[in-house]
Design a protein around this ligand. Structure first.
Ligand code: HMG
Ligand code: MG
Length: 307
């Protein structure tokens, strides 16, 4: 059977941009429920500055509790939790936490890089050198994110050539995968096709992932377009939570339930249980101060695809 790999980012990308106060206990409950629904790759938080992103301030506690939960669980070894790190300081915190995967992130436009991590693109790559050295020493896997790959909230449409050059730089650092971000959910299918065609010429398709926000309702179409080009890894967030606090107007990632519904219908395995994901959506909804955006989650279990 054909398959795709889903990276659940709701606890990080999702909650980093929510004003609801979701406690550590609730986050761990969410983590457990997502793992029970079959999630294998899951971001649990970010070792970033709490001044910049207060919603991620309890990442240390959350990481430690999540790792404890996995050590108790029968299938714990098959789950790979990860955290975002912007610099050496974040990486040192990640090492102390005992986590074995991190994600670094760079922008494809100077304005977004400054707004998000307070440095230029070149400076961000300089910072990654020590992060990568520490990762190697501590046997930690590193994933790379590129933001503003299609449209920047400050600079407009981004030239694919620029993105390809930055992706090559990220690849040269030694990350195992590069997640291509439509940070403000503005890309359309033709942009997806153009950029991934160019990226595939210089980076093995197996190393590319799609990270699509759904601000303009294009994320599922973009996911399908990327899948048809050979991309097999997609980031999504339960309920469609989230966005980036430094990307004005951006809403959440494509919802995990919606992605799974689409792939289930195509007989492409995600390894996830749609019925359980919908139950997670229903459990999560009362904690949020707005309706979750997932359409499949809202319709609930009355959907026609067998869960
Ligand atoms: P800065 O203010 O330039 O940092 O922030 P600094 O090096 O000047 O240090 C200032 C203070 O921050 C110092 O503390 C440092 O120790 C501390 P003080 O001496 O004043 O007490 N500091 C840290 N504290 C905790 N963790 C750290 C850290 N580093 C320094 N890692 C910094 C630079 C990168 C830290 C800041 O800009 C930051 O945290 N930015 C993160 C922004 C963020 O998390 N954005 C959202 C995630 S990215 C995203 O959502 C996009 C993505 O989803 C893909 C897509 O959709 O496109 C991935
Ligand atoms: Mg994002």
């Amino acid at each position: 059977m054909k398959s795709v790999r889903i990276v659940e980012v709701g606890l990080r990308d999702g909650l980093q941009n929510e004003s609801s106060n979701v406690s550590v206990e609730q986050r761990i409950e969410l983590f457990k429920k997502l793992v029970d629904a079959g999630i294998k790759n899951i971001e649990v938080g970010a070792f970033v500055s709490a001044m910049w992103v207060p919603q991620m301030a309890q990442t240390k506690e959350i990481t430690s509790l999540a790792l404890k939960e996995l050590s108790k669980s029968k299938n714990g070894k098959t789950v790979q939790p990860s955290v975002l790190v912007p610099n050496e300081e974040g990486m040192r915190q990640a090492i102390d936490s005992g986590i074995k995967e991190v994600a670094i992130f760079a922008a494809c436009t100077e304005s977004f890089s400054r707004k998000n991590i307070n440095c230029s693109i070149d400076e961000s790559f300089d910072r990654f050198k020590s992060v990568m050295a520490l990762a190697k020493k501590n046997k930690i896997k590193v994933r790379g994110y590129l933001s503003t790959c299609f449209v920047c909230p400050f600079e407009g449409v981004v030239d694919p050539k620029k993105v390809v050059a930055i992706a090559q730089r990220m690849n040269a650092l030694g990350v195992y995968e590069i997640s291509i971000g439509d940070t403000i959910g503005a890309a359309t299918v033709s942009q997806i096709r153009t950029l991934f065609t160019q990226l595939k010429k210089v980076i093995p398709v197996k190393k590319l992932a799609g990270h699509f926000h759904d601000t303009r309702g294009q994320a599922l179409a973009n996911t399908l377009a990327a899948y048809e080009m050979g991309i097999k890894t997609f980031d999504s967030s339960i309920g469609g939570l989230g966005g980036c606090p430094y990307a004005p107007g951006a809403s959440g990632n494509v919802a995990t339930e919606d992605v799974v519904y689409m792939f289930d219908g195509m007989k492409v395995s995600t390894g996830l249980n749609l019925r359980k994901l919908i139950e997670v959506h229903q459990w999560l909804q009362p904690m949020m101060n707005h309706p979750l955006s997932s359409k499949v989650g809202r319709v609930g279990l009355s959907n026609p695809i067998k869960c």
